[in-house]
Design a protein around this ligand. Sequence first.
Ligand SMILES: Nc1ncnc2c1ncn2[C@@H]1O[C@H](COP(=O)(O)OP(=O)(O)OP(=O)(O)O)[C@@H](O)[C@H]1O
Ligand SMILES: [Mg+2]
Length: 209
Amino acid sequence: MSVIAVAGNKGGTGKTTLSLNLAAGLARLGSVVIIDADPQQSAYQWRLIGEENSTLPAVIAAAFALEKTIQALREVHTHLVIDCPPSIKAPQTEQALRWADQVLIPLQPSPMDLWATSHLARVVDSMRAENPGLRAHLVMNQMEPRTTLSRIMPEAIAELDLPVARTALQRRSIHRLCVLEGRTVFQAGRRGAAAVAEINDLITEILES
Ligand SMILES: Nc1ncnc2c1ncn2[C@@H]1O[C@H](COP(=O)(O)OP(=O)(O)OP(=O)(O)O)[C@@H](O)[C@H]1O
Ligand SMILES: [Mg+2]
């Protein structure tokens, strides 16, 4: 059983996209459900687009009954993926971190993302008073290997006092297309293969850690 929260302190870093794809990858290892903890309900909306597709993980919109929902679903499923709102101070993020085995924090190669994240290590640390086993990883997302910002990202991110996942995710247009079409890269055939490989690497890494 694992409860994985995808959180952060900045909008648009890729939390929802990562949540959907992680869940689709985890679905091959056991039963999984996505808990949409964001009042914006992006994950829930995504699932409505793919309503007919029974191979996609279920999404439960639970921003306003989060802890009860987590407690109930963890009894039933092997993995829960919780998509959090873009603020570390949001009550939903705090509630998710209270129950999570681990939190993944995607960051884009941008100074603004790094600044918004500078005090996350303290917040995660303070949550460990209630949830001592909480593990945390920053995940480099939307990396573009040829750009300077992406190249300096590993060095800049190392200063944030949180462990960084070895697996970085590249910016790939297939991610955007799949979200629009209500599916994940796991349903994208050969076009999704490179993105699928990255998500699978990340899953292996975080389940081992
Ligand atoms: N690896 C990636 N490659 C290309 N596009 C990506 C990638 N990850 C996310 N995106 C795109 O970036 C945009 C923002 O992603 P997403 O909505 O998942 O971010 P978020 O952190 O959940 O945003 P919010 O804070 O508003 O909830 C979306 O258009 C998404 O498809
Ligand atoms: Mg989101």
